[in-house]
Design a protein around this ligand. Structure first.
Ligand code: B12
Ligand code: SF4
Length: 460
């Protein structure tokens, strides 16, 4: 949807900007014409670029990104960083011969040394090529989070807003604040901290005053707390809410959190008052044995009880789920939309299980007959192939997202005042174009009839 600016890249660019004559920050989700490699190469030439730095954070379009990197000019150094790049170091060096350096883990200090021209062998936290080999330097000690500069928002070339199928659908603008880094939990599918080269932090919060100051400087209407889990410490979260209320900051907040937040009604009350509108929550599975397998730290009954409490607070709840877990049956996977409806979560995102290189789930997959993990971490089994899982994913989606649900979602967004009249007006104006693009996409993918049947007739 292109909602949020690229957090990691912005921190790194901010850190590098005083060490270079000119810095151009591109977010290719917004620079559509530069997604064409010929246009991008033209741009690089015209701008006289001396060094290219790329951030790879997610699995999405990973292959496409590698293909793009392979077209870059040979004579311009190429530095890559980001969560996904750190996880896939060996693969990236193998498949993208043009990469010179991969910065592992947090990059603010590393990028400064690269820009100052420190020889690679002396830069901590990087992997680089030398004489046809890949050398992994030692990890870099992590700096205090309170010494890092806030992202320089003036480097952006666009305003962040909601885009659906390439159509700008809302006047509401979005930004993020990173109030803390790291997470104290140990869910088994979330494994960056186990990467011996990766260096994810233990939980490290910023000072409350610095967070409030950053929020006060933001012009966007909606702010995402990009912390892994904003509510690790309920007292701290309460203080942040108190200050937002006290200083009359009028923003609409979105935060990522765990279900345990439901045990803090005082905090939830203050959040509503402070303008918190959406909570993004990792529920992961409706099946207790799978929750245990993933080491999530709660049961499906805890989920039910939490949502009984949460539903009393007028916020929008989005649940993240994982399916295709080891030994999980189709019937169990289909419990996802069932539980989601039962607990009253407003929307869901279902992702297929991925097992990263350093995940303890690798042992489980290896020890379970009929299970396979690809080099890219995709999991499938003799019983559930990729296409079978894809089909189940669609079944879950269409079981949950009925036309009635879409109306309910729209109503909820209005009721909790996430959307203003202006946003609704922009959405109505954009609707015909949006509908046209959705239909065109479904026709292009050859699945219009199937989608219509699934939505309006039967979802088998
Ligand atoms: C906030 C967040 C989101 C936000 C997006 C915020 C944004 N700005 O776009 C929202 C809620 C929208 C989101 C959505 C999703 N997310 Co998310 N998200 C996160 C989260 C919690 C924090 C990311 C962040 O801001 N980190 C803080 C910054 C500072 O760190 P960073 O990005 O790693 O950047 C540092 C370094 O990597 C490095 N670096 C980065 N780029 C570069 C470039 C160079 C040149 C250099 C030198 C260094 C460098 O330096 C940076 C500064 O220190 C991470 C977990 C995590 N802790 O990373 C998950 C995470 C990245 N998300 C994840 C997933 C799966 C998703 C979704 C697919 C979920 C879903 N099923 O819908 C979607 C997909 C989004 C998409 N783009 O397609 C996974 C990715 C797993 C993987 N292996 O790919 C993660 C790791 C969570 C998890 N453990 O499962 N997410
Ligand atoms: S609570 Fe969230 S961020 Fe923390 S380990 Fe679990 S999945 Fe990862």
């Amino acid at each position: 949807m292109g909602l949020f600016p690229p957090t990691g890249l912005e921190y790194v660019a901010t850190s590098a900007k005083d060490l270079v004559d000119r810095l151009t920050m591109l977010d290719l989700r917004y620079e559509r014409s530069l997604c064409n490699i010929d246009n991008l190469l033209d741009f690089i030439k015209k701008e006289n670029v001396d060094i290219i730095c790329i951030s790879i954070s997610w699995d999405r379009q990973f292959q496409k990104i590698c293909d793009m990197l392979n077209h870059f000019p040979d004579n311009i150094p190429l530095v890559v960083g980001g969560y996904k790049a750190t996880e896939m170091i060996e693969e990236l060096f193998k498949t993208c011969p043009k990469i010179n350096i991969i910065a592992r883990g947090e990059g603010e200090e590393t990028i400064k040394e690269i820009m100052k021209g420190v020889p690679p062998e002396n830069i901590l936290g990087i992997s680089y090529r030398k004489d046809g080999k890949v050398i992994h330097n030692e990890a870099r000690p992590l700096p205090d989070v309170n010494t890092l500069s806030n992202p320089d928002r003036s480097l952006r070339r666009n305003k962040y807003t909601m885009r659906l199928n390439g159509v700008k659908t809302m006047s509401m603008t979005f930004d993020y604040v990173l109030g803390a880094r790291g997470c104290p939990y140990t869910c088994k599918f979330c494994t960056f901290n186990l990467n011996p080269l990766g260096q994810k932090r233990n939980y490290a919060p910023r000072t409350i005053e610095s967070i409030i100051r950053e929020i006060e400087g933001i012009t966007a209407d909606g702010i995402l707390f990009a912390d892994d889990n904003f509510f690790v410490n309920a007292k701290r979260a309460e203080k942040i809410c108190d200050l937002i209320i006290e200083r009359k900051i009028k923003k609409r907040f979105i935060a990522q959190t765990r279900i345990e937040i439901s045990k803090h009604p005082e905090l939830l009350k203050k959040m509503v008052k402070a303008g918190f509108k959406i909570l993004l929550m990792g529920i992961e599975s409706p099946n207790d044995r799978i929750l245990l397998q993933l080491n999530k730290g709660f049961t499906s009954d805890d989920v039910r009880k939490s949502f009984e409490r949460l539903r009393k607070f007028p916020m929008y709840y989005h649940g993240y789920f994982i399916y295709g877990n080891i030994t999980e049956t189709e019937e169990e996977m289909m419990n996802i939309p069932k539980l989601a409806k039962e607990i009253g979560v407003d929307s869901i995102a279902c992702s297929k299980l991925r097992i990263d290189k350093y995940s303890p789930l690798n042992d489980l997959a290896k020890g379970t007959p009929g299970y396979h993990v690809t080099d890219r971490g995709e999991v499938y089994s003799d019983a559930y192939s990729h296409p079978a899982l894809k089909r189940i994913g669609k079944r879950m989606k269409f079981t949950f997202y009925t036309p009635a649900r879409l109306i309910k979602i729209s109503w909820k967004l209005i009721a909790i005042r996430l959307l203003t009249l202006r946003d609704i007006g922009s959405f109505i104006i954009a609707s015909p174009l949006l509908l046209r693009n959705v239909i065109a996409r479904e026709i292009e993918k050859g699945r219009l009839a199937e989608s219509l049947k699934r939505i309006f007739i039967s979802n088998k």
